[in-house]
Design a protein around this ligand. Structure first.
Ligand code: AMP
Ligand code: GLY
Length: 426
């Protein structure tokens, strides 16, 4: 079967790497892809925003499965266009992708389905926001409702900070994403991510991971898209995982189906493990980046078979997902300037030397300039390794990273620190 993968980051490189390993995959096409993805498939110049062009490409190249990597095309309804034309697609419809596209939508769904999450208020103007703010304690969390590339969340320590954040959002700093605002109760605990495949009815747990959102060592500095991750997140014990499935994932999938918005794809739950149990922070309608890289590193099953079963509503036919018992860990190498304006064009070398150690280096933001590999984004490479413990995976990933030369980049030196500490290693 021919497969079309949409996206260009490290998440998509990891997906391409696994998709291409499947005996069911004839030609893998990727749009726009990146130089790492080009090792596994053919890059095509196709804009995900041009639904007619994507449909024409699918019919011309007999595409049997489209895999949508990032959130923007999902929220834009690309999966609906493909499904409407009878093309199997991995990714939720526009209305189902509201689970990521509108924080207020998700909070209301949680309220209706009795899903544990932070208390909240939805507001559409400053006066409403000021009135709604009063009952919340401090800190209080202020969120732009729509997609804001991970930047639309302010944790305000004072009411003045909260009012400034509200002012900022309603004055258009986040564009349309800030036209509506959600005010949330602040939750405490450790964060973990949980991933489940669902075809709208059946659910197949995929595994857990923990991201590192702050740019600096010791979880300091501004938020990023994620500077590194490991899987599994053992802080989500089997008992807690079962609780997450029963109290959060299952009621969400059931409510979406009952309300005529069946959710088909991967459901990524950002969780806070609070003293009173796991609570939903937010949903994403796609794989996490870089969490996908560690999940793919551990996945022992045929990814095409899994994603196709989701796309065709046949997930019930599959028993379970097999992940390696060995943890995986990935370190993001970012370009200087990230998460602000990253320096572009910096030279990169040593990837084959790094991979000779047994690690896998996923390309997240690279390009070829005159045949040389250079940085072309904020997050540039994801150096990923497995080991019998998180500590061993961490040591293997950093040893591989030492073989990479990227003078205009930086990385965190402590990815996995919480789990390494729990393993008694640091
Ligand atoms: P989000 O973009 O919704 O994932 O939020 C970004 C980060 O803000 C999360 O990973 C949490 O660290 C933090 N956060 C969001 N909502 C809350 C909340 N209600 N309580 C505490 N922290 C939160
Ligand atoms: N790593 C966080 C995300 O993909 O949203």
């Amino acid at each position: 079967m021919n497969i079309l993968l949409l996206g260009s980051g490290g998440r998509e490189h990891a997906l391409a790497w696994k998709l291409a390993q499947s005996p069911a995959c004839d030609t893998l096409f990727a749009a726009p892809g990146n130089p790492g993805i080009a090792q596994h498939g053919q890059l095509v110049d196709l804009a995900a925003t041009d639904h007619a062009a994507v449909l024409a490409f699918c019919s011309e190249h007999a595409i049997g499965l489209v895999v949508i990597g990032p959130e923007a095309p999902l929220v834009d309804g690309l999966a609906d266009s493909l499904r409407g034309a009878g093309v199997p697609v991995f990714g939720p419809s526009r209305v189902a992708a509201q689970l990521e596209g509108s924080k207020g939508f998700t909070k209301d769904l949680c309220r209706r389905a009795n899903i544990p999450t932070a208390g909240y208020a939805r507001v559409t103007n400053k006066a409403e926001a000021q009135a709604a703010l009063a009952p919340f304690g401090l800190p209080v969390v202020i969120k732009a409702d729509g997609l804001a590339a991970g930047k639309g969340v302010i944790i305000a320590m004072t009411h003045a900070e909260a009012e400034a954040a509200i002012e900022d959002m309603f004055s258009g700093s986040f564009g349309d994403a800030g036209a509506e605002v959600v005010i949330e109760e602040f939750m405490t605990g450790e964060e973990a991510s949980f991933f489940a495949l669902t075809d709208g009815t059946s659910i197949l747990p995929l595994g857990s991971a923990q991201d590192h959102k702050r740019v600096g060592d010791g979880d300091t500095g501004p938020n990023t898209g994620g500077m590194g991750a490991y899987s599994p997140a053992r802080v989500l014990t089997p008992a807690l995982e079962a609780q997450v499935i029963e109290e959060i994932i299952r009621p969400t999938v059931a409510a979406m189906a009952a309300e005529g918005m069946p959710y088909s794809g991967v459901l990524y739950a950002g969780l806070m493990l609070t003293p009173t149990g796991p609570k939903l922070i937010e949903y994403n309608a796609r794989f996490g980046d870089p969490e996908c890289q560690v999940l793919m590193m551990r996945l022992e099953d045929d990814l095409v078979a899994l994603l196709l079963a989701v796309a065709q509503g046949r997930l019930a036919e599959l028993g379970s997902v097999t992940l390696s018992a060995d943890p995986a860990l990935t370190i993001v190498m970012a370009a200087n300037g990230y998460p602000g304006t990253p320096e572009k064009g910096g030279a990169i070398a040593g990837i084959s030397e790094a991979e000779a150690t047994g690690a896998k280096v996923f390309h997240a933001g690279t390009a070829l300039a005159d045949g040389e590999l250079v940085a072309n984004g904020g997050r540039v490479l994801n150096v990923t390794a497995k080991g019998p413990s998180v500590q061993a995976a961490q040591a293997a990933a950093y040893a591989a990273l030492d073989a990479v030369t990227f003078p205009s980049g930086f990385y965190r030196r402590d990815i996995g620190w919480r789990e390494v500490e729990r393993e008694g290693g640091a």
